[in-house]
Design a protein around this ligand. Structure first.
Ligand SMILES: *Cc1c(COP(=O)(O)O)cnc(C)c1O
Length: 356
């Protein structure tokens, strides 16, 4: 099968698929507890944290909801320059939180000084942003933004969605002083969908204990109590935990630096090709995602025809997302993909464009 160039769910390696289909174990069995423990433990390297990582059966959006319910009594800010941050704001509002929205141009990065200005003196309990906007192919400067928030509003928790960057681009949660980072399994981790990972530091955990009505399924305090016994309150996604355990070994064997460099090389290749062939890039230089590229359809390519052409070769790209659905399209380059895969895709594009 040819690879897919979509920003999730991505192709999963055959050995990971096989790991997922190993015989089930009861989740209270010692053998399973050992697997659960080591899978979570190894995944901390991706977050750059010594703190805990909670594994729960849900997609990443479940953790958008968990974050607002666990960390915020009332007042928070979501900083948005794309569709996924907007969603996080919607989630906060629909959970009854008093959530402000810093709503900026989708083609601009969130800048530290701008975020500092927005939080200063506001008493936000938490400030949330998205590291890598999958809609726009823009990677926000997470370290600098977090530093600016900490300085301007020291008591605010800093919450980061790293769904489409974690395991594809660097995250140093502890060094960057971020309190909470969430991700899901089906993007750069290259696992099947259905598992969410939440890294939570002690500051955030202490705050959660003071918040009422955290709910039940996503109550981080309850999940932590069970995690300390290498288990979960409800039935975990056993097959996905097997898969994570093996995938972490594969990721650590590749080496995080090598993995990040591979993603960056695919991004650079895609961007260079796009510019050379007359496509605009939606995200500005210096802030382009390493895991997904959003191209403007400047040459006016017949997208349905291109997609059909690619499907004949058993491969796929992604359309635009949110308000830029019709004017852009996306090439995902994450997970198991290599530079050679990207070059094959771009050669197919050229063939299609030559035919036109
Ligand atoms: C895909 C994505 C989400 C949603 O994650 P699900 O696992 O589909 O719920 C949230 N944020 C970003 C940045 C994403 O790319």
């Amino acid at each position: 099968m040819s690879p897919m160039f979509v920003p999730g769910p991505v192709d999963v390696a055959p050995e990971i698929m096989a790991a997922q289909s190993r015989p089930m174990l009861p989740h209270r069995a010692k053998e399973f507890e050992a697997i659960f423990h080591r899978a979570a433990d190894k995944s901390r390297a991706l977050f750059g944290t010594q703190s805990r990582v909670l594994l729960n059966a849900a997609s990443g959006s479940g953790l958008h909801e968990a974050a607002v319910r666990n960390f915020v009594h009332k007042k928070m800010l979501v900083c948005a320059n794309g569709a996924f941050a907007k969603r996080w704001h919607d989630v906060a509002v629909s959970n009854g939180k008093d959530a402000d929205l810093l709503d900026i141009d989708w083609q601009a990065p969130l800048l530290p000084e701008q975020v500092a200005e927005a939080v200063k003196g506001k008493g936000y309990e938490a400030v949330a942003f998205v590291h890598n906007e999958t809609s726009t192919g823009l990677m926000n400067p997470a370290a600098a933004i977090a530093a600016a928030i900490r300085e301007a509003s020291p008591d605010s928790l800093i919450l980061v969605d790293a769904v489409s960057s974690l395991a594809g681009a660097e995250m140093q949660m502890d060094a960057w002083d971020i309190d909470f980072v969430l991700t899901s399994s089906q993007k750069c981790l290259a696992l099947p969908p259905g598992l969410s990972l939440a890294a939570i530091n002690d500051r955030a955990m202490e705050k959660a204990k003071t918040v009422e009505n955290r709910g039940w399924y996503f109550d981080f305090v309850r999940l932590e109590t069970h995690r300390l016994k290498d288990t979960t309150p409800a039935t975990p996604a056993i097959g996905l935990i097997y898969a994570l355990d093996l995938q972490m070994d594969r990721i650590l064997a590749e080496g995080l630096e090598n993995r990040y460099a591979r993603h960056r090389a695919m991004a650079d290749c895609t961007a260079g090709w796009a510019v050379a062939h007359g496509f605009g890039l939606y995200a500005p230089e210096g802030y382009r995602s390493h895991t997904v590229t959003t191209l403007m359809n400047t040459p006016g390519i017949d997208m349905p025809a291109l997609k059909a052409f690619l499907l004949q070769r058993d491969t796929r790209i992604a359309g635009g997302y949110g308000k830029i659905k019709d004017t852009t399209f996306r090439i995902g380059h994450m997970g198991e993909l290599t530079l050679a895969d990207v070059q094959t895709l771009l050669a197919a594009f050229e063939e299609f464009m030559g035919k036109k």
